[in-house]
Design a protein around this ligand. Structure first.
Ligand code: UD1
Length: 315
């Protein structure tokens, strides 16, 4: 048994990490400011210790890491358009909090910090799939903040010997992703619209592509990153390794749900990336990672959740 801090543990990915850690018998503490997270995401996990506060406050970050062996840093304001609209608030959450957490982790003797990086770091480079040796090219404040975070991780490893790993996520989806904000992930938005037979919006021509990754795969990748011996100081893509256009995603989901609505096309979003697909060879090599749940199966499980539990949660 080990002791884990999951920052952002009341959020979508964080709460799935808590589920698996508890299932494996670990002790789990969550630190969350509940800006995007929800207490209800953890209501079934009474064993989890919950600390409400802002990691951009160093004293709170110090309290949060106390006696923890592993820190899974998932807390963020995770949205490209939200960061374009309000770069200062997203910098506060995504950069200031990350630096505090690193300082606190270093001083508390944490064994390893695993940081939630983002595929947005790659920007619009024409080469596909995207591999970790490629230069970063952030197109939004969010992407830049995630790049700063991963560079801080590497710097703390080099400078202070704190073990860190960045897992770069590619468009993660699954149960509990909040569909209710204008910044929500596209699969959660499509699922809820189509279940109510409303027309979802597609920004741009819908031919942009994404490597959508079911959340169970991300949880597996992150937990492998905690103890893979050669992973410290590294940045590693955690994804499915495929890509699908939004138009194709829409058609697949409409068929799964049995809806008849047509999408409404609007202008592209500023800061949007055209194509995104991960090379997962490094994760396979260093983490022995392999996606456990396919995109199609993940999509089925997700739609089912929005049909049942999701509808109840948002009622
Ligand atoms: C980006 C990052 C991802 C990061 C996430 C955080 C890339 C390639 N990916 O995801 O790593 O974790 O931000 O939020 O940069 N869209 C619609 N209609 C909608 C909603 C979205 O057409 O109602 C479109 C968007 O314009 C985009 C695609 O769907 O082209 C996916 O959008 P979204 O789910 O918000 O994620 P990204 O911005 O790709």
């Amino acid at each position: 048994m080990s002791v884990f801090l999951v920052t952002g543990g009341a959020g979508f990915i964080g709460s799935h990490l808590c589920d698996e850690l508890v299932r494996r018998g670990h002790r789990v503490r969550v630190a969350d400011n509940l800006i995007t997270g929800k207490r209800t995401n953890l209501q079934h996990l009474s064993q989890v210790e919950f600390l409400e506060g802002d990691l951009a406050d160093l004293a709170f970050a110090q309290r949060a890491v106390e006696s923890c062996e592993f820190v899974l840093h998932q807390a963020a304001i995770p949205s490209v358009p939200r960061s374009v609209k309000d770069p200062i608030a997203s910098n506060h959450a995504n950069v200031n909090a990350t630096l505090n957490l690193l300082v606190a982790s270093r001083d508390a003797g944490v064994k390893r910090v695993v940081f939630a990086g983002s595929s947005s770091a790659y920007g619009d480079t024409p080469t596909l799939p995207k591999h970790e040796e490629m230069p970063t090219n952030p197109l939004s404040p969010y992407a830049l903040q995630k790049v700063v975070g991963e560079q801080y991780m590497q710097l703390f490893t080099r400078l202070y010997g704190l073990e860190t790993v960045t897992t770069r996520y590619f468009n993660v989806f699954g149960p509990r992703q909040d569909p209710s904000s204008p910044y929500s992930g596209v699969i959660s938005v499509f699922a809820t619209a189509l279940l109510e037979n409303r027309s979802p919006d597609i920004y741009g021509d819908g031919e942009q592509t994404r490597d959508f990754t079911y959340v169970v795969n991300v949880v597996d990748g992150v937990l492998r990153a905690c103890d893979a011996p050669q992973a410290s100081g590294e940045i590693i893509n955690v994804a499915t390794g495929g890509r699908i256009s939004l138009n194709e995603l829409f058609r697949t989901m409409r068929e799964l749900i049995g809806a008849t609505a047509e999408p409404t096309y609007g202008p592209s979003r500023p800061g949007d990336v055209r194509d995104s697909q991960a090379d997962i060879a490094k994760a396979q090599r260093l983490l022995r990672y392999q996606p456990i749940v396919s995109f199609e199966e993940g999509l089925r499980r997700t739609v089912e959740w929005y049909r049942t539990a999701g509808a109840a949660a948002t009622a």
